[in-house]
Design a protein around this ligand. Sequence first.
Ligand code: XMP
Length: 521
Amino acid sequence: MSGSTAAPSSLSNGVLILDFGSQYTQLIARRLRELEVYAEILPYSTPISQIRAKAPRGLILSGGPDSVHRSGSPRPDPAVFELGLPVLGICYGMQLMVALHGGKVRASRTREYGHAALTVLEPNALFEALPGSLQVWMSHGDGAERLHNGFKVLAKTETAPYAAIADESRGWYGVQFHPEVAHTPEGGRVLENFARRICRVHDRWTMASLLERQISAIRDQVGQGSVVCALSGGVDSSVAAALIHRAIGRRLHCLFVDTGLLREGDRERVEGSLGQALGLNIKVVDASKLFLGRLARVSDPERKRKIIGKTFIEVFEKQAKRLKGVDFLAQGTLYPDVIESVSVHGPSAVIKSHHNVGGLPKRMRLKLVEPLRFLFKDEVRRLGAEMGLPREILGAHPFPGPGLAIRVIGTLTKERLRMLRAVDLIFREELHRSGWYDKVWQAFAVLLPVKSVGVMGDARSYESTVVLRSVDSRDGMTADWSRLPAQLLQKVSGRIVSEVKGVNRVAYDISSKPPATIEWE
Ligand code: XMP
C-alpha cells in the first residue's frame, strides 16, 4: 500500500488478531474496540518481524474454515508462541494451539453448529466475574481430544469436553466457542478478561483519545504541506475532511464536483453543513455539462460507470493542479478495505466496476493521507459525532459515486433526471417525516424506461414508471427489502403521481440481495 498513514501503527496498548479466514474475524476486533480495547487484524502468515514491530500486548488466533489435519492448512510462524505474549486461540486457533504443542485434535466430518451451554470447571482469569454456566455459540468440526502437560481444561459443554483450555503459566488460552458473536451473550466479557486481566491492556481506546492522536498524526505527516480532498458529502469523505481540517485548517482544500448526477439538496447540504457550519475550505466545481454531455445516449451501466469515473478523475486533476503547493491527497479509505486487500481470501471479486478515486494518487504523484484507515464504518460515524458533524451528514444513506446516472435506467436526459430528483425527494421527505429514514439501510427511487397507460381525469395518460427501493442491511453485502408500512407507501405514491409531471405509476421493489442487487444498474 502506498503512502504513509495518519493512523496508529503500534499496538503497545492493544491486541493483535491473526486471521485464519473466519467469517467472524472482523467481529473480534469490533467487539474489543467496543470495549475500548484497541485491536488490529493481520493475516495469519504475517512474518514474525512485522508482528514484533507492532509490539502488541497479546495475540488472538482467529477461527477459520480449515482443519489442522489437512496438510497445507494455515499455520502461523511458530515463533509467535515464543514472543512471551498471552495468546487466545478461538476455534481453529485453539485447535492449532493444541496440535502445535503435543496435544491431539479429533477430526470430524460433521459440524457442531448452534447454541450450547458451557460449564466453567474452575475459577480462572478468562471467566472471572462471569457466571458458572454460560450460553455460547459453537461452529466447528474438529475439536481437542487430548491436551499436553501444560494445558488444563477450564470449561466444557455436553459435546465438547475441552470447550475452554489454558496453560496459565504461559498465558495461553483456547476456546472452542465463538466469544465474538452476539449469540454468545457474555462473549464480550470473555474477550475483555483476556485483554484487560491477561494481556494487561490498561488504555481506554475512546473516540476522544483517537481524535487527539489522529490530529497529531496528521500534523506529523503533513508538516507545513497542503492537502487536497475530493469531498462527496458522504460520511467517509466528510469525516476525513473534518478531521484533517482540525489538524491543518485551511491548508486542506476540498473539491466538491457537481456531476449533474446529484440529488436535490446534495450540494447545498455540503456547502451548509461542512462549509458554513464547520468552516471547511470547499471549492464547488460545476462539471455537470461535461458529465451529461459525455453520458448522452449511453445506456449500458458499466459504460456509464467508466465514463463517470474517468471524467471525475479528469475534472479533479485539473482543479487540483490549479492549487499551488499541494503534496497530499486525502482519502476516506476504511479498515474493511484495508483488511480485504491483504485478506486470507484475497480481494473479493469485483462485481461492478465501482467508481472511486483510487486511480488518482498514482497519476497525480501525491502522497496519501488516510486518517480513517484503521476504522470501521460505525467508528467513523462516532468520530464524526465527536467532532460535531450534523446528523444529516452522519446518518445519510449510502449514495453511489455514479449517482443518479445508475438510477435512471437506460439513457439519461435532463428531463428524466428532473423526474427522478423530484420523486427521490418526495420519498426521502416522507421517510424522514414518518421516522423510517433512520430505520432502513438505504432507500431511493429508480426511473424505468417503461411507459404505461393511466387515466388522468377524463383523459388517458401514457407516462413513466418509477420504482421505490428500500432495503435493510448490515453492510450492503446482503439485503432484504424493508417492510415499509402500506400507509407510508400509499402517501408516497399519491404524492409522486400528483406532484411529479411525467410519472403515472409507482412500484415497490420486493426483491432481496442475493439474488437481486441493491441498485438496479
Ligand atoms: P449493489 O447494487 O452492488 O450495491 O447491491 C451495494 C452497495 O454499493 C452501492 N453501489 C455503489 N457505490 N459506486 C459506488 O460508490 C457504484 O458504482 C456503486 N454501485 C452500487 C449501493 O448503493 C449499495 O450501497
